[in-house]
Structures are given as C-alpha cells and as structure tokens.
Design a protein around this ligand. Structure first.
Ligand SMILES: [Zn+2]
Length: 465
C-alpha cells in the first residue's frame, strides 16, 4: 500500500526491504538562495553576535553571511521584520517509533502507561508502522521548530525496520542521528544484532550529510527497567566494542541505579557516549563524566512526570561540574513537542531547586536547546548556531502574536512566553519546510491518516496475538 504524504509521494511506497533507490530527498523543497531580511537575529555565536535588525544570506543549503545589511541581488527575500531569527532546535533523544501510540496511552491508568503499552505493541510493528510513526513525530517536531533530532530507536526487529525509519527521516528533510537498538525482548545475555547495524551503515552512510548513525545500548547493571533490557558489563563490552569498531557513537538510558562507576571501571566511557536522564548522579560520577567527555541529555517534561523517587533533574549540578548537557523530547505519547516548554520546565525546576545559587540565564537555556544539542551529537561544526559556513538550520519566531507582544528581551520571551504556534518558518539544511506556520510540501492530513490506519492495523494484529 502506498503511503501518501509528501507531495509527489517519493520514497513512500517502499515500505519494507532494504533501501533500493537513491538516497535523494525526492519531493522536498529545493535548496535555493535567499535572504532573511530585517530579523531580530540571535546567532548563538559570540563571534557573529546578535542584531536588533539584521540580514542572513543562505545559498545551496549553507549560511553565507550574517550582517546588519546584506546585498545579494539574485537572492529571493524573506521579510522577517518582527520575527526572531535563530538556529533550529536540536533535539537529542526521542523514541519516534512510539509517536502513533497516543490513543492507547493514559497518564491516569497504570495499565495503559507508556511502558506496558509500548511493550505489548512494540513486537507487532512492521517496517511500515515504523515509517508512519517516525514521520508523524517528525511532522510535529518540524512544526515546533526542530531542525535536528536524535531518533532513539530501541525496538528494531530487523534491518528492514531500521531502513524504514531512516527513509522517514530522509523524506522529512530534517537533520538527525538514527540510533539502532535491539528489539524489545532481545535476550539480555546476547549482544544486539551488530551485523544488522553494519548492514544499515553500509546502505545509508555516508549520505548527503544530513543523517548520521549510532547505537542504542540497553541499560547496564542491575537496573529496574526489565521491559527495556538490562545487560551485564561483559555484554556491554562486546556490544559497545562492536559499535566502536564501526566508528559509531553509543547512547544509553540511566533510569534507576546509576551504572556510571561500573562503566568507568570497565573503561567503557568516552566522548562518543551519550547518557539520558540525569536524575541520580553523585558528585564523583559527575567528575568522571566531565573527565571522560560524556554528555547527558535531559528530557524535562517526561522526567517531571516521574515519581519523586526517580530523582530530580540535576541541571545545576551538571552545569557546575562542567558536564556537557543537552535537551530532549523523549516521547510524545503523553505530551507534545514544545521546546519552549522544555526550556521553561528546566528554568522553573532550576529556580525551585537551587534558586540563584547557580546562575542560569534565558540565553543559556536557548543555547542548551540549540548549540549544546549539536555539541552533544558531534555535529556542531555543521549546525547549532547561525555561523557563516554552517548549514542553514534556521527558524523564524513571530514576536507580534498576542502571547509575545510587546516583546522586550528576545531570549526572555523565548523561554517564558513563546509557544510552538509562534514558529512561522522552519528551514532545515537550506530547505524551507514551513512558511507562515504551514508546511510547504508535506501533506499533514495524509501523515495523520496514514498513522491512524497503521495503528488500527497494528492493534488488530496485536489482538490476534
Ligand atoms: Zn528515553
């Protein structure tokens, strides 16, 4: 069955099997030459600085120049007067395969919580379900101003399932890392399918530069989350060693008892490791993380839904210790994609926990949601700031909307006032994916319809057993 969605439908009919056609971007908007004119520019680059009113020139997907006024006669013009021009949000850990499960989930009924539902339905996913789910999540991500995501895919039953997720990422035109993880229920005493990972690497890497690959590890040590798997240090050594032999980075959740000292004693920590959920670290562990160059991704909204016993978001402690931190969505089953909300949550929780003892500015939070994410994913030379030579991953945020106007400091407004509906324009790798708050090429209704149908069929398959 064809999956409609992007105008022209390119790449949407091959719902299983390895990638056969070119890795081009099909019917995505062309990368052109344009000037964003008269914007409030927040570059997140100290050498470039900010402008109360400035221009930004883009050609063939790259930022050519940022200045008070730019003359480029051949470039088309985007009038950005009254809009904030800033880097697109860089998301660093998101289980996109669960995006279509919203109707199945409830926050007030433990039986229908995220883990029981994803565990019951996950093993029935076809490659097509993965494709529809990832595309649905990314459509919301783009509409909320994300231009980079880290697709944390810990339910990959075969390379065909991985291929479907990568096709969805490519078809949506965003920048991202796809991290390949073992299917749920994979035996804890066996390393994941490293041959499948190598096969996907051969098929997809390198590409046009927008997509990279990584490996999702199950939790290490005596963890409490049996549903997601817990492996011994010996299995981690083999699994992580396999990923490193391919030159791939590693990501792992640290929900429950902390594995940091265990991993360090085994010599497994390094700058190619990203941990997720900084809730229960000790001062000694944070020292280890800084020394080893490990980064930590916090998912403020999801982490705030956990019981107090799960720990508190340790942003202040991580910043004080000099550990690399980034921001993530995690999932969208029980809340939506809203980077402004994520920044606000972090800000409020920080003030609630530590007050002004550890200074945290609105600008630092915007950096956390953009440049710091690019640092975490190892792609800061390509994205995360409005720097000439970097790729054009840019958003425009309206400041005249009723929840923003009249605006004072733009960083303050982004953190405390803005909402996804204020995101007017989204540009990823020089392609204008949204303009005037609408998709330029994507058929949003078809994306929702395909995801809804996929979920109905998935539920029916699960009932049959
Ligand atoms: Zn997660």
């Amino acid at each position: 069955m064809a999956i409609a969605g992007i105008a022209g439908g390119a790449g949407c009919t091959n719902t299983g099997g390895p990638q056969r056609e070119s890795h081009g971007t099909g019917a995505l908007p062309e990368r052109g030459e344009f000037i964003i004119r008269g914007a409030i520019i927040l570059s997140l680059d100290a050498a470039v600085g900010d402008f109360a009113s400035g221009d930004l020139h883009v050609r063939n997907g790259a930022i050519v120049a940022v200045a008070k006024a730019i003359d480029a006669p051949r470039a088309s013009v985007i009038d950005a007067k009254g809009m904030i021009c800033m880097p697109g949000f860089v998301e660093t850990h998101w289980h996109l395969w669960t995006s279509l499960l919203r109707p199945m989930l409830r926050t007030d009924d433990a039986q229908r919580g995220y883990f029981p539902v994803t565990n019951a339905l996950g093993r029935h996913y076809t490659p097509r379900d993965h494709y529809c789910s990832v595309r649905l999540g990314l459509a919301e991500g783009i509409s909320a101003g994300a231009t980079t995501v880290h697709n944390w895919s810990h339910n990959i039953a075969s390379p065909d399932h991985a291929d479907a997720e990568l096709r969805a990422m490519r078809d949506m035109g965003m920048r991202g890392r796809f991290s390949y993880g073992p299917v749920q229920g994979w035996p804890n005493d066996r390393p994941m399918d490293l041959e499948g990972l190598a096969k996907i690497q051969k098929q997809w890497m390198p590409n046009d530069g927008t997509l990279t690959l990584g490996m999702c590890s199950r939790n290490v040590g005596d963890g409490t989350n049996a549903l997601r798997g817990n492996i011994s240090v010996d299995i981690a050594r083999r699994e992580w060693g396999g990923a490193r032999a391919l030159g791939l980075p590693i990501t792992m959740h640290t929900s429950g008892p902390s594995p940091i000292t265990l991993l360090d004693k085994a010599g497994l920590l390094g700058p190619d490791v990203q941990l997720v959920h900084p809730l229960l670290t000790t001062a000694e562990e944070r020292r280890i993380l800084r020394e080893r160059g490990v980064s930590y991704s916090t998912s403020p909204v999801g982490e705030s839904q956990r019981p107090a016993s799960a720990g508190e978001i340790q942003l202040a402690e991580l910043l004080e210790a000099g550990v690399k931190v980034s921001m993530s969505v995690d999932l969208t089953g029980t809340y939506n994609v809203d980077f402004f909300q994520c920044m606000r949550f972090l800000y409020h929780l920080h003030r609630h926990r530590v007050g002004r003892r550890v200074p945290l500015t609105a600008k630092r939070l915007v950096q956390l949601a953009t440049l710091d994410g690019a640092v975490d994913l190892g792609i800061a030379r390509h994205t995360g700031s409005l720097t000439p030579g970097k790729r054009a991953d840019i958003i425009l945020v309206r400041t005249g909307d009723i929840n923003m106007a009249p605006m004072g400091d733009p960083y303050e407004a982004l953190v405390n006032l803005a909402q996804p509906r204020n995101v007017d324009t989204v540009i990823a790798d020089g392609r204008i994916l949204r303009r005037g708050g609408r998709f330029t090429a994507l058929d949003h209704a078809a994306v929702v319809k395909d995801a809804t149908m996929a979920l109905a069929e998935l539920s029916a398959r699960a009932k049959r057993g």
